[in-house]
Write a protein that binds this ligand. Structure first.
Ligand SMILES: [Zn+2]
Length: 183
């Protein structure tokens, strides 16, 4: 009996899913899907401004969100991938799995959400930069800016080589949340 019930349930879910897919295929199904399957609708909408790559540093999470929402007016309009070191995390040979993860996420953001921009946000006093490059750059802000600029531009060049149509923005956030544009 157990198997039978489990089968019935699966069959019901499958039938329901098929009905929604048929409605969606007929057009106008998106709003109906929105009511019942919000996740599916988010995917079906398929339009997102940008993919943000930022560091995992817990001190800056609220600042990153505030910047993207208040300053950039992009609340709920951007994909977000977090890698320690942000740009450095995406290209460092010390953690090849992170490199792969970045490119896979970028690929999915393009396919799924039609992003047309990548925003790469490094930050000052970054622990990952210390760990990966073996130096505390925070002591010398000018040098710190130069080191981040190098990594940000390296990643930017790689992104634009692979996806020439994508716009890339390079940013450096201070610990107080102020954002500098790196050009
Ligand atoms: Zn960091």
């Amino acid at each position: 009996m157990k198997h039978c019930c489990a089968h019935d349930e699966t069959a019901t879910i499958e039938t329901t899913r098929r009905s929604f897919l048929q409605l969606a295929a007929l057009g106008g199904g998106v709003s109906l899907l929105a009511a019942v399957l919000p996740t599916t609708n988010a995917l079906a909408a398929g339009q997102t401004e940008a993919l943000l790559l930022s560091c995992m540093d817990f001190r800056l999470m609220d600042d990153v969100e505030r910047y993207m929402s208040a300053d950039r007016k992009l609340a709920n309009s951007y994909d977000h991938i977090v890698l320690a070191g942000a740009s450095l995390g995406a290209i460092t040979s010390k953690y090849p799995a992170w490199n792969k993860t970045f490119w896979q996420h970028l690929d999915i953001a393009i396919k799924l959400d039609s992003i047309h921009k990548v925003i790469v946000m490094d930050h000052r006093d970054c622990g990952a930069y210390k760990v990966i490059l073996g130096e505390d750059f925070a002591k010398d802000p000018a040098k710190e800016t130069a080191v981040h600029t190098t990594q940000l531009k390296k990643l930017s060049a790689l992104i634009q080589k692979k996806y020439p149509k994508l716009e890339v923005e390079l940013l450096l956030m201070g610990l107080e949340g102020k954002v500098e544009v790196i050009s």
